[in-house]
Design a protein around this ligand. Structure first.
Ligand code: PEP
Length: 246
């Protein structure tokens, strides 16, 4: 059994003083039995790296360009993330799939460029409420993951997967541990068929993870930790969730 992983997704939140306070609280709360990371807005990567350097806490970004370099105004490359010491980058978050029309193929290419630069992609998959109600949950998440598996080929086992039902993100409505486990088992089986190494891969659950529901979610056999949005902005909540994972 590998160490659990808890990743905070700050989304477009934060300020220099608030970040400094939050990171100081995380540092003071160590050690954690889980691996812990924060995915911060690009502009805060440098100071996050400075604050966390020398500790075992990790940091990452929330998106990456599919391009290596060039005339792509406003985009950030995987090489730049690597230069900032990013261990992780989120790809395919539902807020990008929906709000920026990111396709399964684009998400797969982003995962590939990240891995090529040594930045582990956290590949987010998840169904909408309409898709769940129509009984399409399994087909949707398998389709989303399949695109990445094919793009990464023999490196597929290097990614982290995050199951994030869209209807549970930022809504306060969490998947039950049983609902989440059922999808995680499907994803693990798909990864096993593709890589033969799924037991060592990390599959996170995300969607309104809070201190009071984290332990039950993390107790499920195929849930290896969490991707935490809103609750990662409150030091006490995030620390409690990190402790629930270890
Ligand atoms: C997320 O943004 O990845 C997320 C899971 O958000 P929240 O925890 O706020 O639902």
């Amino acid at each position: 059994m590998h160490r659990p992983l808890v990743v905070g997704n700050w989304k477009m939140h934060g300020s220099r003083p608030a970040n400094a306070e939050l990171l100081a609280a995380l540092l003071a709360a160590r050690p954690f039995a889980a691996d812990v990371a924060v995915c911060v807005p690009y502009v805060y990567l440098h100071e996050t790296a400075a604050a966390l350097a020398g500790s075992e806490l990790r940091w990452g970004a929330q998106d990456v360009s599919e391009h290596a370099q060039g005339a792509y105004t406003g985009e950030i490359s995987a090489a730049m993330l690597a230069e900032c010491g990013c261990r992780y980058v989120l790809v395919g978050h539902s807020e990008r799939r929906a709000g920026h029309a990111e396709s399964d193929m684009l998400v797969a290419r982003k995962a590939q460029v990240a891995l090529a630069r040594g930045v582990t992609p956290i590949v987010c998959v998840g169904e909408t409420l309409a898709e769940r109600d129509a009984g399409h949950t399994e087909a949707v998440v398998k389709r989303q993951l399949s695109a990445v598996i094919h793009q990464l080929g023999h490196c597929a086992a290097e990614m982290v997967v995050a199951y994030e039902p869209v209807w549970a993100i930022g809504t306060g409505r969490t998947a039950t541990p049983e609902q989440a486990q059922a999808v995680h088992a499907v994803l693990r089986a798909q990864l096993q068929a593709a890589t033969g190494r799924a037991a060592s891969m990390t599959i996170l659950y995300g969607g309104s993870v809070k201190p009071d529901n984290a332990a039950l979610l993390f107790a499920q056999p195929d849930i290896d930790g969490g991707l935490v949005g809103g609750a990662s902005l409150q030091a006490a909540d995030f620390i409690a969730i990190c402790r629930a994972a270890g």
